[in-house]
Design a protein around this ligand. Structure first.
Ligand code: SAM
Length: 253
């Protein structure tokens, strides 16, 4: 996976769709804080980090990723956007060392299926102040299966075995002493795109699931995907993407 993320780091932002809704929900939860301090784990090339800076007033953020190529991208993006209240830190979620109790929130977008989730939860908890929030934005296995890729790209839903279920997310949070599950919001987005755009995304391995295919297997699946989509849609392809925003709180009781 390290190689996958290094290879796609320079195109990552252009091949993924960024959702504003989870960031608006996070901003609402933090609106009582004058100067929120957060850490985003698995920050990637920075599309959600930039959106958080645009949406959350007086934010300062520690941007953490295991991959140095992703951190290079994020540094360039934020500097070019005039954002300076950030630091980048190369670390895996499993070795994360945040200053104890120093953070108002920890977030992670589209990344927790790459982590050892219980380790990530424990280390995030340690960085949070009492009452601090944890936000996890991810898709569930059923979201993946109902997506345009799960429905039409052979093997996509079956190969992606890393996604956590809602029950698994809930249990992992509640099994972490000092964390309390506070809720989850399901978000559903109507999407449409020309088939060529979808093919470009898949060729750029915009979901890491595509890097689980052997080269010939991927080409065969892409041919089958094109045929299935052409048979189903006249011009533009239409579908729904679904995600969940999980919200937990540091609560030492
Ligand atoms: C699918 S990308 C999501 C990036 C970003 N959050 C976004 O939504 O645009 C997953 C990111 O997690 C990072 N990653 C993967 N495994 C990791 C780990 N164990 N610890 C920290 N980061 C990791 C990858 O380098 C990559 O940047």
């Amino acid at each position: 996976m390290t190689r996958h993320f290094t290879e796609i780091s320079s195109v990552y932002r252009s091949v993924r769709t960024t959702d504003r809704e989870p960031v608006k929900l996070i901003a609402r939860e933090l609106e009582d804080l004058a100067r929120p301090r957060g850490a985003d784990i698995g920050c990637g090339a920075g599309r959600y980090v930039l959106l958080m800076f645009e949406t959350i007033p007086n934010l300062s953020l520690t941007c953490v990723d295991a991959n140095p190529a992703m951190l290079d991208q994020i540094g360039g993006l934020l500097q070019a956007s005039g954002v300076d209240r950030f630091e980048t830190r190369q670390s895996s979620a499993e070795c994360l060392e945040l200053e104890p109790g120093a953070y108002d929130f920890v977030s992670s977008f589209n990344a927790v299926h790459h982590f050892d989730f219980p380790d990530f939860l424990r280390r995030s908890r340690d960085g949070l102040a009492e009452g601090g929030r944890l936000f996890v934005y991810t898709r569930l296995p059923e979201h993946n299966a109902r997506s345009v890729w799960g429905r039409f790209f052979p093997g996509f839903a079956e190969k992606e075995t890393r996604l956590l279920t809602l029950g698994g997310l809930y249990a992992a949070v509640e099994d972490t002493p000092g964390l309390r599950f506070a809720g989850a919001t399901c978000l559903r987005y109507r999407r449409e795109a020309p088939l060529d755009r979808l093919v470009e995304q898949a060729r750029n391995r915009h979901y890491s699931t595509f890097s689980l295919y052997e080269p010939d297997e991927f080409e065969d699946a892409l041919v089958a995907f094109r045929a299935a989509v052409k048979g189903r849609f006249a011009d533009t392809v239409q579908w729904y993407d679904e995600n969940i925003l999980v919200h937990a709180v540091r609560d030492d009781g």
